[in-house]
Structure formats: structure tokens, C-alpha cells
Design a protein around this ligand. Structure first.
Ligand SMILES: Nc1ncnc2c1ncn2[C@@H]1O[C@H](COP(=O)(O)OP(=O)(O)O)[C@@H](O)[C@H]1O
Ligand SMILES: [Mg+2]
Length: 356
């Protein structure tokens, strides 16, 4: 089938149907880009919890009967026209619908789906959950990039998997949801003036994100350098407070997910960033993993935590968040990572009391 022959028919149909959607204030036509965008009021409505639940139930209901029908007709069709159908199938070419959905980064429109042909893998970056590699992107020029494939977690024994199972924190195991969370957090942080990796391309079908490579080292390494430990923990406290002031929660805030680049702390792994995770969680997770990066050396850790708190409070004067960060249920779940957490909790309590 030659899609160009039918283009005018399809366009006419799309325009006709979109008129109805415009009348109901669901879509808006943007003449400058020749595109449609969902209206603000529609998004508000759709994103409310009740409506989401309703849509889910509706989709199940609609999909179930359709699936039954599709299965029956497919069986009937294949038994009747197996040969001719396979010839037909080869000739049908159509664009992936996701490549016609766009989102805005830095005033530039990016496709939600692009077939990545011009990326060459250089080396593995050693992420635990995903397949994260350093790569080369050839477009107009050659760029060093990081390519991340969001893998399914279920098979991987990894701590946050237990977190997700425990249901304590709104972590998600679903690759498409993690990719969306990452894109949302990166674009929101960018809007607020944070330094974050720029998004270059997305392959929605294979759940791959291509983003800027940030020259530098992960905080988990830099914090080990004994001359840097306190300065870095202070800066990390500041970074988290700046994010929290904007209502952005990191989600998976371990030091290895932040890159130290020319004196600036850059968050790079935001796939768990969510509006429903409490900000105090970020603090509890950061401190737990930091204490492992500092080889569980108690004296160093306590001083690093003090600096972290100073940094945090210098931006956001909210002491209560540290009480929340060390509540029993967080300590219980993070104890296997950092056995000295109860000790840290006591120290923080004394510290905060002295401050008030
Ligand atoms: N944009 C980037 N620039 C520089 N280093 C990065 C970038 N993204 C990731 N890294 C490095 O690669 C590691 C793994 O990437 P990450 O996104 O955290 O994947 P995973 O979810 O598998 O942990 C990070 O810990 C970080 O050190
Ligand atoms: Mg990571």
C-alpha cells in the first residue's frame, strides 16, 4: 500500500474528527507548527485520580471485548487466507504513530519516537538496572552521549525492587513509566534553571533515551576523596533542597546518580522522580548510600551528614524534614544498606535539638 496515495483522505478525516475534539475543548490546533496539542483543561481533568481510574476501567472493558473479536477474526482470516495475507502484510508500510507525537525541550520539538540509526556504542557505564552506555551520536556533528535502555526489573534482585514490593515508596518497575518520569523530571528541572543532561532523542518503542554526556565523576567516587567529603556533602544537601523547593523529588537519590562536573552537581538518573514520593525519602536514601560510599566510617559519616544538613538548611529552612527522613519505617527498609543508620538518626536528632 502506498500511504502517499491516501494521504489526502487521511488528512481530511483527521481534520474532521479533530474539529469535534476542538469543540469539546479537548484538542487545540497550533497553526505555527501545524500540530494539535491537548488543552490545559483536558489535561487537568484527565490527570485527576478519579478520572484515571475511570479511564482504566473503561479501557479494560472496551479492550476485552475487542480482544475476543480480534482473536476470532484473526483465526478465521488466517485459516482462510494465510498465503495472500502474508503477501499483503509485506506491502503495508505506515509510520509509527508515536513519531508524530512531540514534546518540547528548550523550545525545540522532539519526537516521542525516533528510530536510532546514528548512535554507536562506545562502552558500558555500568548501571545496575538498565543498560546504560556511553555512545556517539552522529547528526550534523558528532556528539558524545549517554544512551539508556530502560530494562524490565522484575528479574533483577536490587534493593529498590524490595522498596517497590514493600509499597512504601512510589517506585515503579515499568520501563515506559520510568522513561516518562525521567523525561518529565529532566524537562522540569531544565525549566527551573538546573543544570541537567539535555535530551537528544527518544525511542519510545524500545524504551531508549539518548541524552547529553556530562563530563565528570559520580558523587559516589568524588565523596570518597577525603579532602572533598565535607564540601561535597554540603553541596549535595543544597542540591536536594533546591529541587525540593521546586517540588521535585529525586526518587532514587543515591550519590552515584549525581555527576560532579566542574564544581557543579548534576542529577543524571531521574527515572524514579515522582510527585507522590515524600521529599524526606530523598534524604534518607542519599544518606544511606553515602554512608556505604564512605565505607561505613562512623566519624566521617556523622560529619558528612552534619554538612549535608547545613547545606540543605542554607536553602530551605525546614528542619522537620530530617525528623521525617529518619522515621522507623524508612530506617527499617534502608537498614540492610546502611547498618549504622540508627546511629546517624540519633546524631541528627541531637543536632537538631541543639539548633532549636
Ligand atoms: N548523562 C550522563 N553523563 C555522565 N554520566 C552519566 C550520565 N548518565 C549516567 N551516567 C553514569 O552512568 C551511571 C548509570 O546511569 P544511570 O542513569 O544511573 O542508570 P541506572 O538506572 O542503570 O543506574 C550513573 O551512575 C552515572 O555515573
Ligand atoms: Mg543509577
Amino acid at each position: 500500500m502506498n500511504i502517499d496515495r491516501y494521504r489526502s483522505v487521511i488528512t481530511e478525516k483527521i481534520l474532521r474528527h479533530s474539529k469535534v475534539l476542538e469543540e469539546y475543548n479537548i484538542l487545540k490546533y497550533v497553526p505555527e507548527t501545524l500540530m494539535f496539542t491537548p488543552t490545559e483543561s483536558m489535561l487537568q481533568k484527565v490527570l485527576s485520580r478519579g478520572v484515571l481510574r475511570y479511564i482504566k476501567a473503561y479501557l479494560y472493558e472496551a479492550a476485552l471485548s475487542y480482544m475476543g473479536y480480534a482473536l476470532k477474526t484473526r483465526q478465521a482470516l488466517t485459516s482462510l487466507t494465510l498465503g495472500s495475507l502474508s503477501i499483503l502484510r509485506k506491502k503495508i508500510t505506515y509510520p509509527n504513530p508515536y513519531s508524530e507525537v512531540y514534546f518540547k525541550v528548550n523550545e525545540k520539538l522532539l519526537r516521542l519516537h525516533e528510530t536510532l540509526k546514528n548512535v554507536k556504542v562506545i562502552k558500558d557505564l555500568g548501571g545496575i538496572v538498565n543498560y546504560t552506555v556511553l555512545a556517539e551520536l552522529r547528526e550534523n556533528s558528532v556528539r558524545t552521549v549517554v544512551m539508556k535502555k530502560y530494562r524490565d526489573w522484575k528479574a533483577i534482585k536490587w534493593v529498590p525492587t524490595t522498596l517497590w514490593i514493600a509499597g512504601l515508596v512510589d517506585f515503579t518497575p515499568i520501563p515506559s513509566e520510568r522513561l516518562l518520569r525521567e523525561i518529565r523530571a529532566l524537562t522540569t528541572l531544565l525549566k527551573h534553571g538546573f543544570k541537567v543532561p539535555c535530551i537528544y532523542a527518544v525511542d519510545w518503542v524500545n524504551k531508549v533515551l539518548v541524552r547529553e554526556y556530562i563530563e565528570g565523576l559520580p558523587l559516589s567516587n568524588v565523596i570518597k576523596e577525603y579532602k572533598r567529603t565535607y564540601e561535597i556533602s554540603y553541596e549535595a544537601g543544597k542540591l536536594l533542597a533546591e529541587m525540593h523547593s521546586r517540588n521535585i523529588v529525586f526518587g532514587d537519590s543515591r550519590p552515584s546518580n549525581i555527576v560532579y562536573s566542574n564544581g557543579i552537581l548534576v542529577p543524571v538518573d531521574l527515572e524514579q522522580s515522582s510527585t507522590t514520593i515524600p521529599a524526606s525519602w530523598d534524604i534518607a536514601e542519599f544518606i544511606s548510600f553515602m554512608s556505604v560510599d564512605l565505607y561505613l566510617k562512623v566519624k566521617t559519616i556523622l560529619k558528612a551528614v552534619e554538612n549535608f544538613i547545613e547545606g540543605y538548611l542554607s536553602v530551605r529552612r525546614d528542619k522537620s524534614i530530617f525528623h521525617d527522613a529518619f522515621k522507623a519505617k524508612y530506617i527499617r527498609i534502608l537498614l540492610p544498606i546502611s547498618p549504622i543508620l540508627p546511629l546517624v538518626a540519633n546524631h541528627v536528632k541531637t543536632l537538631l535539638e541543639a539548633k532549636s
